[in-house]
Each structure stands twice: as C-alpha cells, then as structure tokens.
Ligand binder design. Structure first.
Ligand SMILES: Cc1ncc(COP(=O)(O)O)c(C=O)c1O
Length: 397
C-alpha cells in the first residue's frame, strides 16, 4: 500500500511546528476571579481575556442563567427550525436588533459559524469576496468554503480594496472587514469602505466581534459609532463571547437578509440552538452593556494609562485605541520568552505567533478590561520594564 497515512502526516506537521518554535500548548485554568486566574496552583493576573467590560462573572448574568435553566433546562433540544427556538432566543434577537439599529438579528452558536453561514448563504462559486489582509480566520475561511474568489487587500487600505473590486467589476461582490482587528486592535476605515461599496455596488459586511459593547454610544459598536446605517452596512455580525461575557454570535440586518439566512445558512439550519439559558444571560449582559457607561469609561482610562506608561518606557506600541494593545516583538521566540518572563512575575499575557499573525509579526497580545485596577496596569508596566534587555522590549527612552 502506498496510500499516505493522514494521522502520520498530521503528526509530521505538528513536529514541524514544534521545530519552528510554533507549537501551541493547551493549559487548563482552574479558577477565574475577575481579572485573576488560577493555573497550576498559581494565581496570575490576566491580560489576555476578551471580557472587556468584566461581565462574564456578573451576578445578574449568573442569576439570569440559573433562573432560565430552572425553567427551560439546559439544552435547547434541537435546531432553531425544529423546536429549539425559545422565547429567550427571540427576546435576545429583538434586543440585539434594537441595540445595533437594524431591523432584525439572528443568533448563531459561535462567531465562527456565523461568518461561515453568512458567506455560504450570500456567495456563490466565483463571486468576488474582497477582504482586509488581517481579517479574522473565520471570514477568510468563509469565503473559501463558499467557493468565492477571495482577494485580499493591504491592511486598512481603501484604495487597495477599490483595486480588488475593480479587477472584476461585473462580479457579484462582498467586501468584508473586522470592525476592530482582533490581533492589532485598530479600527477599520468603515466610513470610507462603506462609500466604496456603495459606489461599486458591493455588499459591505462588518465583523464587530471586538467593537460591540466597547465602542460607540451605549456600546452599540464600531458601525454605529461610525454613523453607518443598515443600508450602508447591510451585514453586521458580532459575537457574544467577548465584551458581553457570554458565548455565541448574531448577524443583524434587513428582514430580507435575516429571512435569507434562515432559509440558506447551513451553520444556522443544521445545528442545535444555543442553550436558552445562555440567551437569557446574554440579554442581561446586553442591558448592562447598554446602561453602565462607567464600564467603558473605566476601560478607556485603563487603556490610556497603559499607553502612556508604555510610551514612557519606549515599548513598541501599535496604533490601537481599543482594549487590544499588542506589543510587537517580531520574532516568535522573543514573544514566547517575554510571555514566559511575565508569567514568572505573576502575569498572564499571551504570545501570538504565526500563522495567527504574519511571519515576523509575533507579539504579546495584551488586553485590558474594566475589571483591571490602576494598580493592575502599573504592575503590568513594571513587569514589562523588567523584561530582559536583550528582548526588543524594555528600552527606556
Ligand atoms: C473578529 C472575530 N470574528 C469572529 C470570531 C469568532 O467568534 P467565536 O469565538 O464566537 O467563534 C473571533 C474570535 O473568536 C474574532 O476575533
């Protein structure tokens, strides 16, 4: 037999990754307490969670989850279109549509599934899908799985996007971008991209996973913050597992779009609906995110404090105004060493390496939260200033 073994090939890929210093390591967190986690018997102050508003352990979310589970049980029992769609899902969808200023919203079990489902429902083979080079993996995968021609443009480069659209001016086209880039933290040029799409007759899609709850009045996200209507951004997707502290995702847009997704999005149709108790907890999170501006104020204060301190230390900050504050180190091993050294000092910060980010762009992905105190931020800055001077970090100016 000459047939190659798939499992052996996979093992070879893993070994190659390890050799290149790119092996991923799964570690278990035993307890979470606000910004602190306990791992391997050690308490660590975490700067890597996406719980930007500090809602994941909020008593109101926990109470809503328990109360709904008491009434509805745990699992939804089936897909939405069978008998899994409960009143908790409907209430959450209504609240999300109202919050984002869209006619309707549709829940998906994860953001990954939402993006795959939208792309597969909207795009046909050989349609054009134009995307920012730094878009999240699931947007890129979605275009490829749909069989569309994927053309990427340089990061945040509106002229580059225009060139890609122009290259096939008669093709049906979707232009998709992260609202806030998940590894860089900067905000896409949404208004200019929306104008481009209007001019070119392309459909504009924004993935606001890291903007919802954090940006805009009442935390309605980057699209609302840019003043863009449903006509200008017909496809708005966001996740529920980041600033809202829960899990899942939704797509918001016109009644026609949502009806179309219900009919055609395979990751909506052929999967079990999210637990209704989770939808109830998420609704409690939406209400808190809308009304408790102090959480965003506190987060913004922590971001400002971190950026000011990091600039004084001469750290390689990136131009991000959001909760995601990467420090670019370049080399994958340098990022791993820095994360390890921070852990020695009691801090949990993740090293992000290729292929999650481009070659030579490894970094520490520091995330800030409303849960962090000023002392927490100062502690992080102090630890960063103590990193070995061989690293491209910690060069006081
Ligand atoms: C921009 C972006 N879109 C989509 C996702 C996927 O969302 P989920 O974790 O709900 O699958 C993520 C991260 O997880 C993300 O950062």
């Amino acid at each position: 037999m000459t047939r190659p073994s798939l499992t052996e090939r996979l093992a070879r890929h893993s070994a190659e990754r390890a050799q290149a210093g790119l092996r991923r390591r799964l570690r278990t967190v035993d307890r979470v307490d606000g910004a602190w986690v306990e791992r391997d018997g050690r308490r660590l102050l975490a700067f890597c969670s996406n719980d930007y508003l500090g809602l994941a352990q909020h008593p109101q979310l926990i109470a809503a989850l328990k109360q709904a589970a008491d009434g509805d049980g745990v699992g939804s029992g089936s897909a939405h279109l069978i008998c899994g769609h409960r009143s908790a899902h409907a209430a959450l969808e209504e609240a999300l549509a109202e919050w984002t200023g869209r006619e309707r919203a549709l829940l998906f079990s994860t953001g990954y599934m939402a993006n795959l489902g939208v792309m597969q429902a909207l795009l046909q083979r050989d349609d054009l899908c134009v995307q920012d080079k730094l878009n999240h993996a699931c947007l890129l995968d979605g275009a490829q799985l749909a069989g569309a021609e994927l053309k990427r443009f340089p990061h945040a480069d509106v002229d580059g996007a225009a060139r890609q659209l122009d290259s096939r001016s008669d093709a049906a086209a979707l232009l998709a971008t992260d609202g806030v880039f998940s590894m860089d933290g900067d905000i896409a040029p949404l208004a200019a991209l929306a104008q481009l799409c209007q001019r070119e007759g392309a459909t504009f899609m924004v993935d606001d996973a890291h903007g919802l709850g954090v940006l805009g009045a009442q935390g309605a996200g980057s699209v609302v913050d840019s003043g863009l209507s449903q006509d200008e951004v017909p496809v708005l997707m966001a996740t529920l597992g980041k600033a809202l502290g829960c899990s899942g995702a939704f797509v918001a847009g016109s009644t026609a779009l949502i009806d179309g997704l219900v009919q055609s999005a395979r990751t909506y149709i052929y999967t079990t609906a999210m637990p209704p108790a989770l939808a109830a907890a998420t609704l409690a999170a939406v209400r808190l995110a809308q009304t408790e501006d102090w959480r965003r104020d506190q987060l913004n204060q922590r971001i400002a404090r971190f950026r000011q301190g990091a600039a004084q230390l001469g750290l390689p900050l990136m131009p991000s105004p959001t909760a995601i504050q990467p420090l670019l180190l370049g080399d994958a091993q340098a990022a791993l060493d820095a994360a390890e050294a921070l852990e020695q000092q009691g801090l949990l910060v993740t090293a992000i390496r290729p292929p999650t980010v481009p070659q030579g762009k490894a970094r520490l992905r520091i995330t800030l939260s409303a849960m962090h105190t000023e002392t927490d931020v100062d502690r992080l800055l102090d630890a960063l200033s103590r990193l070995p001077t061989g690293a491209p970090l910690a060069r006081p100016v």
